[in-house]
Design a protein around this ligand. Structure first.
Ligand code: CO
Length: 147
């Protein structure tokens, strides 16, 4: 059911500072930036081979990522797996005993359809299932499609 790693996500407090860090320290170039209001985050993506590194910064403290930062500080947040169908993969995972965060798939960045799986029954790792869905993109971040 899992095709490949779509992205690994890091929770950061200040997206500008973190973008600067990944650009200068690791020499990556920004591939995509987007505000996903539904998830309460601003995202920045760096392409790395077939996958991405994703920075997620909360739009306010009262969001899932805002609460994560409050509890745990910056760091690894989730891993996203590419799947052919989020609804099918979600159903399979739930049938196998996983606990969904999203009961039905919702819009992610880059026009994708996504669903999160709770870390509790997954050895502490928050999982995001990602499907290419060609949905209309959300609000662009300050610098969209920079490279
Ligand atoms: Co993600």
């Amino acid at each position: 059911m899992l095709e490949r790693i779509d992205h690994v996500a890091f929770a950061v407090a200040d997206i500008e500072v973190a973008i600067q860090h990944y650009t200068t320290v690791w020499g990556l170039s920004l591939a995509h930036r987007e505000v996903v209001t539904e998830q309460g985050v601003e995202e920045a993506m760096f392409r790395l081979g077939e996958s991405y590194l994703q920075l997620v910064a909360p739009l306010s403290p009262d969001t899932p990522v805002g609460r994560f930062l409050e509890r745990r500080g910056e760091g690894l947040h989730h891993i996203a797996y590419r799947v052919a169908s989020v609804s099918e993969a979600l159903a399979e995972a739930v049938a196998a005993g996983q606990r969904p965060v999203d009961v039905t798939p919702r819009r992610g960045s880059r026009g994708t359809l996504v669903a999160f799986i709770h870390p509790k029954a997954n050895h502490g790792v928050l999982v995001e299932l990602v499907q290419d869905a060609g949905l209309p993109p959300g609000q662009p971040g300050a610098t969209q499609e920079a490279g």
